[in-house]
Design a protein around this ligand. Sequence first.
Ligand code: NAD
Ligand code: TYD
Length: 340
Amino acid sequence: MRVIITGGAGFIGSNLIHYLLKHRPEWELINLDALTYAGNLENLKACEGNPNYHFEHADIVDQDAMTRLFEEYKPDAIMHLAAESHVDRSILDPQSFVRTNVMGTQVLLNEAKKLGDSFRFLHVSTDEVYGSLGSTGFFTEDTPLAPNSPYSASKTGSDLLVRAANKTHGMDTIITRCSNNYGPYQFPEKLIPLMISNAMEDKQLPVYGDGKNVRDWLYVEDHCSALTTVLEKGKAGEVYNIGGNNEWFNIDIVKLILKSLGKSEELIKYVTDRPGHDRRYAIDASKLEKELGWEPSYTFEEGLPMTIDWYQDNVEWTNRIKTGKYTGYYEEQYGKRLNS
Ligand code: NAD
Ligand code: TYD
């Protein structure tokens, strides 16, 4: 099995590569990543030298580069994670989200189509395509798509292109939609790593609005095991929600982090709300559990302390991002990053 993983230098992609090299050691993995600000090859230092791991520095929007790489590797499947992924950035610069998330996905579909029926395209999407919930109910795979941010709108666009490839050309495509992930190697612009890192430095913790927005958190390794299950056992043309039934108010997570680190709640600073801020996400993952037999392995009570420990043990990893030093590691080897 030879699998292209796009976005393998990002948060979930690098965790997925570690997971697969451990749990599917016979698979050959090609990490295809443009190394934007979010791509960090330091996440994958431990994989260097593994004969079943290859890195290709390439932009998924570059059709010629994708053609060359698909012809060279002749993969059996793709796990497509490369994306612009941060809602706040999408509000400031929607264009780059349309470019990578929509156009880049179509470029990959063009290459996948050439490989015929035996090639499987796993598109890694997000529950944010369903929009926002009130205080009750859950997102199922049949919930209408109603994205509210440029990020989720661009992911919805990519989902629809993947669906169309299956309906129009009969391609073997599958879409997964996961809830918020947390764990090692998450870029410290997202809620949990930002709050851990700021609390450790006694900096203010910016909480948007009233702090009562709800997110449904899944430990990243559980997302990786779900993606592996779907790639191996999922049905072509289907959508699978992924989640761990773990809803939290943002403010309660922030307080938990402060308590774990022995810091004062006085560090909390309520700031102006994010425009169009989705109120609540909650995933019903029963289709994946019942049809494919997947279940999460970690509770939040296990995963959050593991994550806090990881950031405490890897202060240098976060510092190298905050000071921009992490870019040097790969610019020496691979040249300039995308959009740098
Ligand atoms: P991330 O921002 O940490 O990583 C994205 C990676 O994609 C980076 O390595 C970046 O260099 C690469 N990339 C960006 N543009 C590219 C391009 N044009 N060509 C090639 N590579 C490019 O993102 P993440 O949090 O790891 O998310 C991965 C995927 O999972 C995304 O598709 C996201 O929508 C989805 N997802 C994320 C979450 C979450 O909580 N983080 C939840 C559900 C779904
Ligand atoms: P984030 O990690 O950006 O993920 P998403 O917006 O994709 O769910 O944010 C998670 C929640 O935390 C979201 O409701 C916004 C909120 N948030 C803050 O309150 N302060 C922050 O500094 C950040 C980054 C997020």
